[in-house]
Design a binder for this molecule. Structure first.
Ligand code: EPZ
Length: 419
């Protein structure tokens, strides 16, 4: 297994380009199953989760071509299987997103239950309850969801919890259901809006995406279209934290500040100086030392859980005490024990981590456990004394396009050692 070796103590300087959003690309790739025509998707990030999803679509019989700059074309008109196997789904939970499209267009799907992951049990009960309410017949046997439906029927759905992929799955299922579906307590994430905008370009009738109530009027079919994935707000936030922690000065291009206002507000509170345009963010540290901040994660537009680990790392070297409360997932502090091995002062009480900033972290061999925890360990390595080794970085390759190249372009001393 590959590892990263990071030499700490270097201030990041320079400019990098932000990639397309992983969590928009995944549902939009699933949406290609709805198209009676070729889909052309641009600004696709080059990530392991994307290649896994493309392999899944390919196994179903879709024709895929990858052009230059990762412009991907998908033709699902020749699909011959409606099956998402365990060996792929277990490595990429978001494969559950093929369930809604397969059911509403082809009336059948056999999809492996995703199972849990390091950050939580990650049930998909709300996806299944919504599809059943729309008339699907779902049996769970042998670890698979066996689903059939003549034609899904639109209905009024009230989500017990705000679920991003649950909202996306049900919104896709509703695009070709008979009648109107209303999803209440819907997720408002920008990636849900990006998916809705793509579906609307394909001919879907959707109103209210980005609010907590989405109304979808079913149509008989959707066409192919061209679509550009929106920038990745979590990649953006991660590099901003890297610049703040190293007290550097960087500029991020091809991003959208409006997608991460809650994160920018906390960076400002920690003492960072931010300058933004519609598509760029510049950050520099005007204080000698960061101030610790307090975070409470919640669904969009609240502070994103996917930025929690990165801010935990920031607090480790910031002045004062900070509290980080994780209210979305039940086990998303796996990075804490690794940071403690670097000398971080963190105490966990329930779903809250209480941090007391130290002036220096010490390098140590570390183990990545999940995507965003891995990112927080790389951030800590950028400021630690000595060379930090982060093992099992396949986790990080799932969500950060060429992270060592981008950090090197900002002056970091980081290298990948094949394991
Ligand atoms: C999406 O996961 C993202 N993944 C996650 O990003 C992100 O952390 C999460 O939303 C929250 O923002 C993708 O979009 C591919 P949820 P998702 O359903 O949809 C519970 C990353 O790092 N729940 O919004 O799986 C669930 O257990 C990844 O890029 C149910 O109980 O998350 C959790 O506690 C990690 N039953 C809460 O809801 C359900 O049927 C929110 O989960 C569905 C969810």
């Amino acid at each position: 297994m590959d590892k990263l070796i990071i030499q700490g103590g270097i201030k990041l300087q320079g400019e990098i380009r932000i990639s397309g959003a992983k969590n928009a690309a995944l549902p939009i790739l699933a949406a290609t199953l709805l198209a009676d025509g070729v889909m052309t998707i641009s600004n696709m990030p080059h990530l392991h989760d994307i290649t896994t999803t493309m392999e899944l679509l390919g196994r179903m019989g879709c024709e895929l071509t990858v052009g230059e700059k990762m412009v991907i074309q998908v033709d699902s008109r020749v699909i011959r299987e409606f099956f998402a196997p365990y060996d792929l789904v277990r490595t990429m939970r978001a494969s559950i997103l093929v369930l809604g499209p397969l059911l509403t267009r082809f009336g059948r799907a056999d999809v492996s239950l995703p199972g849990g992951c390091a950050i939580g049990s990650r049930p998909v009960n709300l996806h299944l309850e919504g599809l059943a309410a729309m008339g699907a017949n779902l049996q769970v046997e042998g670890g698979y969801i066996r689903a059939v439906a003549n034609r899904l029927k639109g209905c009024d759905l009230v989500m017990d919890l705000v679920t991003v992929t649950g909202t996306e799955n049900l919104m896709m299922a509703a695009t070709m259901a008979k009648g109107v579906t209303v999803i209440r307590n819907a997720a408002r994430e920008p990636e849900v809006v990006d998916l809705a905008n793509c579906l609307i370009k394909m001919g879907a009738k959707i109103e209210g995406a980005g609010t907590d109530t989405i109304r979808i009027e079913g149509v008989d079919g959707l066409t192919g279209t061209e679509y550009e994935i929106l920038p990745d707000r979590i990649e953006t936030g991660t590099y901003l934290v890297a610049a703040a922690m190293t007290r550097g000065h960087i500029k991020l291009k091809n991003t959208q500040p409006a997608l991460l206002e809650a994160v920018l507000a906390k960076l400002h509170d920690s003492g960072a100086e931010l300058t933004t345009t519609e598509s760029t963010i510049e950050i520099k540290m005007n204080k000698e030392r960061l101030r610790a901040v307090s975070i409470h994660t919640s669904p969009y537009p609240g502070f994103p859980t996917d930025m929690q680990a990165q801010f935990t790392a920031l607090n480790c070297i910031a002045e004062g005490t900070g509290t980080i409360t994780e209210s979305v997932f039940e086990n998303r502090f796996m990075h804490v024990q690794e940071l403690q091995r670097m000398g971080a002062q963190i105490k966990i009480e329930g779903n809250t981590a209480i941090t007391s900033g130290v002036s220096k972290l010490k390098s140590a061999p570390l183990m990545a456990t999940d995507l965003r925890a891995s990112a927080s360990l790389v951030l800590a390595g950028l400021v630690a004394e000595g060379a930090t080794e982060v093992n099992r970085i396949y986790h990080i390759d799932r969500g950060y396009e060429t992270i060592e190249e981008k950090l090197s372009n900002l002056g970091a001393q980081i290298r990948r050692v094949p394991g």
